[in-house]
Ligand binder design. Structure first.
Ligand SMILES: *[C@@H]1O[C@H](CO)[C@@H](O)[C@H](O)[C@H]1NC(C)=O
Ligand SMILES: *[C@@H]1O[C@H](CO)[C@@H](O)[C@H](O)[C@H]1NC(C)=O
Length: 451
């Protein structure tokens, strides 16, 4: 009889999995676009795999996209073990049953707060926050510091500021937060004796972990990525600065960016079909130097490289204005390390994704099309054509079959005289804006049009 019940719930699970996996193929209909550096994208790519799987299964992506479109969020992410080993199997089964979807959603949303809470916001005196869970019957989440440890609700924070993004922050916590309402639903749904949903802790083998974790509690947040201060220092706003590099980056010149740039230009030449792009990079020494400098300082770059056919379509008009080639190239540089896989996963999950470019403040939009990634819109769009031409962990080069222009400029090159009159002042303004922002970011950005 037990096995019957088990078989039944397996069928439910399969159904749930099927409906969940059907979702990404049909992206949300809303026109909203998610930023590639959003905390949501980061969550799905993070080591909190159990949590992010549940978020997808619970069909919460749209809800969360709407949330980050309006305000920052803070996510208290239980470590994987809290959702695997430490969770009462019966409770987990309850959560995964399709008819209990609401409970699963409530449980997950209870771990998210509609404001930005940074590690330095913890105080001895508890502050109570409401969560994104609307059905928590007004249950608030207290946040406070106890014996030098950060605590949220009933859980210890084991990695504060684990993932920091412009629209939100993820803090790692040691166990699940269960709203009373969900516990209540669980208790009333099952006929067996009511026990706590979480297996009681205290087993001796937990100790080594606790020791390890205790070290991360002191005020200097050991968990913060080393490059983060650079990002903060560089960025007057979230969209302006290159994303921090993962790993040992920072302004200590651990990386020989110059030779990495040379390396990828060589690769482009050998790959074939990208001679124009390689040529421009060689000719525009300031651009190559700039890229090398950024990589040396620990930043990462993704180059969207238009192939020769695409470059051949550029008119002399488009290239003749002073600084035009630089402008075009800067629009094809994304200050993040993205591979075909990471980009494809993002567009499949979110529909449309916006990437920052080094051409401030313009972003490039990507979406899924024909089983590939399509950048830009309308006439100025391009498909990911030759994926992962060069990927060394810091520079990624992706071949595309078109030259991209910011949305505002796609009309400009068409009818020459009129377009020029219309586009020049606007272009000038944008450039001026870009230059001013670059000035704020750092002195060494060479825009030949910036003086
Ligand atoms: C999120 O927080 C950052 C830093 O405090 C702020 O600059 C940004 O405007 C906030 N975003 C939203 C959507 O409120
Ligand atoms: C690069 O410079 C060479 C030599 O000056 C020139 O012949 C070539 O056309 C340039 N290429 C581009 C794409 O500007």
């Amino acid at each position: 009889m037990d096995s019957q019940i088990y078989g039944l719930s397996l069928a439910f699970l399969a159904l749930l999995a099927a409906s969940a996996s059907a979702l990404p193929a049909k992206p949300a209909s809303s026109a909203a676009q998610i930023n590639s550096n959003s905390v949501l994208v980061a969550l799905l790519d993070s080591h909190y795999t159990e949590l992010s799987e549940l978020v997808e299964k619970a069909l919460l992506l749209q809800t969360l996209e709407d949330a980050v479109a309006n305000h920052n969020i803070s996510i208290f992410a239980p470590r994987n073990e809290a959702l695997e080993r430490d969770l009462d199997p019966e409770f987990k089964q309850f959560l995964l049953e399709p008819r209990n979807l609401k409970s699963l959603q409530n449980l997950l949303l209870f771990h998210m707060i509609p404001t930005r809470i940074e590690s330095n916001h913890w105080r001895k005196k508890p502050v109570h926050h409401s969560s994104l869970c609307r059905d928590a019957a007004g249950e608030l989440i207290p946040i406070h510091e106890k014996n030098g440890e950060k605590v949220v609700g009933t859980a210890r924070v084991i990695k504060s500021d684990d993932i920091v993004r412009p629209d939100g922050i993820i803090h790692g916590i040691e166990r699940l937060l269960i709203p009373k309402s969900v516990q209540h639903e669980f208790n009333s749904r099952r006929s067996l004796r009511a026990t706590s949903a979480v297996i009681p802790e205290g087993a001796p083998e937990v100790d080594p972990r606790t020791h390890r974790l205790k070290k991360s509690a002191p005020p200097a947040p050991a968990g913060a990525p080393p490059a983060l201060p650079v990002y903060d220092a560089l960025a007057p706003g979230p969209s302006l600065a290159p994303a921090p590099a993962p790993g040992p980056g920072g302004p200590h010149h651990h990386f020989d960016g110059e030779s990495q740039v040379k390396d990828f230009i060589q690769t482009l030449l050998h790959y074939g079909g990208y001679n124009e792009m390689a040529d421009i990079l060689v000719n525009l020494t300031s651009l190559a130097t700039e890229m090398g400098r950024l990589v040396s300082e620990g930043y990462v770059l993704t180059v969207l490289a238009p192939n020769d056919e695409a470059m051949a379509k550029l008119t002399t008009d488009q290239l003749s204005e002073p600084g035009a080639p630089e402008q075009i190239m800067y629009y094809h540089l994304i200050p993040e390390y993205q591979t075909e896989e990471s980009m494809y996963n993002s567009v499949r999950r979110f529909g449309k994704v916006k990437y920052d470019t080094l051409r401030l403040p313009h972003k490039v939009v990507a979406e899924e099309a024909d089983g590939s990634v399509k950048f830009g819109h309308g006439e100025s769009s391009a498909y990911l054509f030759d994926p992962d031409i060069y990927t060394d962990g810091r520079i990624s080069v992706q071949g595309i079959d078109g030259v991209l222009f910011p949305a505002e400029e796609t009309v400009a090159p068409k009818a020459a005289p009129v377009a020029k009159i219309v586009s020049k002042p606007r272009r000038g303004k944008l450039l001026e804006l870009g230059c001013r922002m670059l000035g704020a970011v750092g002195k060494n950005h060479h825009f030949s049009t910036c003086h």
